[in-house]
Write a protein that binds this ligand. Structure first.
Ligand SMILES: Cc1cc2nc3c(=O)[nH]c(=O)nc-3n(C[C@H](O)[C@H](O)[C@H](O)COP(=O)(O)OP(=O)(O)OC[C@H]3O[C@@H](n4cnc5c(N)ncnc54)[C@H](O)[C@@H]3O)c2cc1C
Length: 438
């Protein structure tokens, strides 16, 4: 069979690999000149960075399996860190780091050893974990994460230092508006599963080189084609086949099936002439900003990843900081730090220049290193529609459409996971499975 995949984000790449691996002829169309969609390489100051610093979890089974299929050695491509939430030592935060012990001992011992938490905080956290396990991480009715934390009597300190940063990092939605059930799903697969599942994985290369490029190479090796800079402008049914109108040529290629792996808004537009737009709900979106700060070579953080205390009232927005020189071994990233701000709508109101200056000041203060206040250069990258807001009871569409041979893929389709790389990869695999079966 001959299939078209529209959109080479991680969902489209996943579908393309699955179908090419089954022996089908696959043509992958991507409007941009770079593969990867919302998780892609961008070139800044002649250095390969990402449109946003990402983190993966050991629980991302579909993503890890896909990396394996396309021949990526995950041991060298990903830095594997034990589950941790460590703040700079003098910033008033906490130090929580899982030791190399089997689950659930690793969390228990991390909790006992944690610094910066009182006995009451630790007991409350232990109770949360045991009650959530007892409930099998399932709620009868979804509610907000803030409500869940209140029901579980979580202390203010735990909410500030653990739950809020975890929730906003995983769901890109603040606790007051985030779905407790989806949050519990992520916790179940990470904290509640094996130690390896709770590990945090960070790409050592840029994101395009990590998965989309090797996926495209795999497709080509299996007889497929990749069309970059080629937007699909319309899809129409033609007898039992599908015809595409492309931005680059008058020829309208015909396919036995199509995976529509564009963002939800684009997919809705492409489905409108087919009377299928109502299948995709109108989502609310949340932004994510990454502030890159370049310092003189040799500038290092005590760890590759540190949590930061966000203080919106003081215009202090950084939530995590990554030391790119400890991730990426190329000299070009020596002295480069990346501060991440999820759900960054409010932070963006002050503009990129001010935001970068504030991030630099925050690093200088929290790490007690005055030299960090004056980086050599900074670059803020904001994705305004980074992910949909993952609110309680949100209805997400199935991959199936009521027309034979046309299916959806993307992080917004029905999933236990929030909008993440794993949701995108799983969705692409499901979509390919539906076409492959037809
Ligand atoms: C800044 C940022 C940080 C994030 N951090 C994390 C993280 O730490 N961990 C995590 O798991 N997830 C994270 N995410 C979420 C993750 O990146 C997304 O969930 C995932 O990349 C979505 O993939 P997708 O394939 O569903 O969609 P997309 O990546 O949006 O792919 C859709 C593709 O379709 C293409 N396209 C659009 N229109 C057309 C057309 N007409 N014709 C052809 N192609 C078209 C687009 O160019 C794009 O490449 C983050 C997202 C952002 C933006």
């Amino acid at each position: 069979m001959k299939y078209a995949i529209i959109g080479a984000g991680w969902a489209g790449c996943s579908a393309a690999v699955e179908l090419a691996g089954q022996g089908h002829e696959v043509h992958l169309y991507e409007a941009a000149r770079t593969l990867g969609g919302r998780a892609r390489e961008v070139n800044v100051h002649a250095t390969a960075l990402d449109n946003g610093q990402h983190i993966l979890l050991g629980a991302y089974q579909a993503t890890l399996a896909l990396l394996h299929t396309i021949g990526v050695d995950t041991r060298s491509a990903l830095l594997r860190l034990p589950l941790q939430m460590c703040y700079p030592v003098h910033s008033g935060g906490m130090q929580f780091i899982a030791p190399k012990l089997p689950a659930p001992l690793h969390v228990l011992v991390a909790l006992i050893r944690a610094q910066g938490l009182s006995r009451a905080d630790k007991m409350t956290l232990a109770r949360f974990s045991s009650t959530a396990r007892w409930m099998d991480w399932e709620l009868n009715t979804d509610c907000s994460v803030a409500e869940l934390l209140q029901r579980f009597d979580q202390t203010e300190r735990l909410i500030q230092l653990l739950w809020q940063p975890l929730c906003v990092a995983a769901l890109n939605t603040p606790t007051e508006r985030a779905s407790a059930q989806v949050f519990l799903n992520v916790l179940k697969d990470s904290l509640g599963a094996s130690r390896a599942s709770s590990d945090m994985l960070i790409a050592r290369t840029d994101l395009t080189r990590l998965l989309p490029q090797p996926a495209a190479d795999y497709v080509v090796r299996h007889g497929g084609q990749i069309h970059l800079g080629c937007a699909v402008q319309a899809i129409s049914a033609n007898k039992n086949q599908w015809q595409l109108r492309l931005s680059t040529t008058q020829t309208e290629p015909v396919y036995d099936g199509v995976v529509l792996a564009t963002p939800a808004e684009v997919s809705r537009e492409l489905l409108t002439p087919l009377q299928l737009a109502q299948h995709i709900p109108v989502f609310e979106y949340e932004a994510i900003s990454t502030c890159y700060l370049q310092y003189k070579p040799g500038t290092r953080l005590p760890r590759p990843l540190l949590a930061l205390i966000e203080r919106p009232q003081q215009q202090v927005w950084g939530q995590f900081v990554f030391d790119r020189s400890q991730l990426n071994m190329t000299p070009a990233q020596d002295g480069l730090l990346a501060v991440v701000i999820s759900a960054s709508g409010l932070a963006l109101e002050q503009g990129h220049a001010e935001l970068a200056a504030n991030c630099a000041r925050q690093l200088a203060e929290d790490l007690q290193r005055p030299e960090l206040a004056t980086p050599i250069w900074t670059q803020v990258i904001s994705e305004k529609r980074a992910t949909f807001a993952c609110t309680p009871g949100l209805q997400r569409p199935d991959n199936v459409l009521p027309m034979q041979g046309l299916v959806l893929a993307g992080d917004y389709t029905a999933s236990r996971y929030p909008a993440t790389l794993e949701a995108a990869v799983q969705s692409g695999k499901i979509a390919a499975g539906l076409l492959g079966k037809a």
